[in-house]
Design a protein around this ligand. Structure first.
Ligand code: UD1
Ligand code: UDP
Length: 351
């Protein structure tokens, strides 16, 4: 069996590490297309090196342009590659523009599509990711869901009546966390206090809204009076903060590799983020998390009180993380064998 995988953004490299490994275990021949959406060494190369992700056969270098140009240019080039490679399946992850371009190119060529991390919904159509994931799910043949909530979302949208397979397999990010935890690395070159808070900010709704960004910076500055706040900063946010002349009292560092990120997670007091992936990793590391968004796709974290939503549209009031009273830790995201399960199910369905 031959699979072409389309990846392009940081969280997709991370997921691909463990999924590519599972493909090798199942004797599957994988060809990777890297769209180039993320391209800084700390946003791309570092993951390929640290996590031993197979080298992409194709690197497209499409980035830094608007949604239409980005998706369109990727689509055109991916189509050409798929025509040459003639895979049995095309595999995509999540909800980025690289995901949408991959799935569109494949489906219009009548190729079978596998969507890893299917069924997630924020129910906020202003998010580019919500549009990408709805469209991707709709034209995928195999929808591998990380949670029961994701399966339920698809059932509610009538997927039981469509010609596709919906399967609950758990979250490959949990596999990653378990697999790489014993390789965690303390970041070098930064002074880290005994008690620090780990933060990341990159969502368009926060970076592109001066109101939201001001509320977030004010909040992090206030928090920095009591803790060191360490923010490995996404280039999107870095560019905007540099232009905005905000006074910054927290510790901004360059984006770090996954192994450093796991160390920062395991040793922090708590997490503040608008990242989808980091919300779950906070849970894997048994840390409380404040999510700077109005909603989340990972509702089970909020329901079990490990995570609280603070909408940065408003001034962020926050006294202490003690407002979060988590339930005991459960295996909400599978048992760490999700990547293998995907290929067991795929190969079984082939028979
Ligand atoms: C993208 C995804 C988002 C995901 C995030 C993961 C879409 C619509 N959004 O958002 O779902 O959560 O990746 O991090 O696909 N940039 C650099 N260097 C890089 C990468 C990006 O300077 O290595 C700059 C780009 O030039 C651009 C900005 O950051 O100006 C935004 O990048 P883009 O890939 O468009 O979106 P993200 O915000 O990264
Ligand atoms: N991450 C990382 N280095 C960083 C920031 C994040 O390795 O400096 C990892 C993080 O641990 C998680 C993934 O990147 O595994 C999340 O990606 P991101 O927040 O960019 O995207 P999202 O998950 O929101 O789509």
């Amino acid at each position: 069996m031959k699979i072409v995988t389309v990846i392009g953004a940081r969280p997709q490299f991370i997921k691909a590490s463990i999924v590519s490994f599972a493909m090798q275990n199942h004797g599957i021949d994988e060809v990777i297309i890297h769209t180039g959406q993320h391209y800084d060494p700390q946003m791309s190369d570092i993951f390929f090196k640290q996590m031993e992700i197979p080298k992409p056969k194709y690197i497209l270098d499409v980035n830094g342009v608007g949604h239409g140009a980005m998706t369109g240019r990727m689509l055109e080039q991916i189509e050409e590659i798929l025509l040459q490679e003639k895979p049995d399946y095309v595999l995509v992850y999540g909800d980025t523009n690289s995901t949408l371009a991959g799935v569109l190119a494949a489906k219009k060529l009548h190729m079978k599509v596998v969507h890893v991390e299917a069924g997630l919904r924020s129910f906020n159509m202003a998010m580019p990711e919500e549009i990408n994931r709805i469209l991707t799910d709709r034209i995928s043949d195999y929808l591998f869901c990380p949670t029961q909530t994701a399966v339920n979302n698809l059932i509610n949208e009538g997927y039981n009546n469509l010609d596709c397979k919906v399967e609950l397999v758990g979250d490959v990010m949990y596999d990653c966390f378990l697999h790489f935890s014993n390789k965690q690395q303390k970041p070098s070159d930064i002074n880290i206090a005994n008690k620090y808070v780990l933060a990341t900010i990159h969502r368009a709704e926060n970076t592109d809204s001066p109101n939201n960004l001001t509320n977030i910076v004010t909040f992090l500055n206030k928090l920095a009076e009591g803790y060191q706040v360490i923010l490995p900063l996404h280039p999107r946010t870095k560019k905007i903060i540099e232009q905005s002349h905000h006074e910054i009292k927290f510790t901004i560092i360059d984006p770090v590799g996954y192994l450093e990120m796991i160390w920062l997670l395991n040793n922090c007091e708590f997490v503040i983020t608008d990242s989808g992936g980091l919300q779950k990793e906070a849970y894997f590391a048994k840390k409380k998390c404040i999510t700077l968004r109005s909603e989340t796709e990972w509702v089970e974290l909020v329901e079990s009180r490990w995570n609280i939503l603070k909408n940065p549209v408003n001034h962020i009031y926050f006294e202490t993380v003690d407002i979060l009273m988590p339930e005991s830790y459960n295996l909400l995201y599978g048992d760490g064998n999700s990547a293998n399960l995907i290929f067991q199910r795929l190969l079984f369905n082939e028979k």
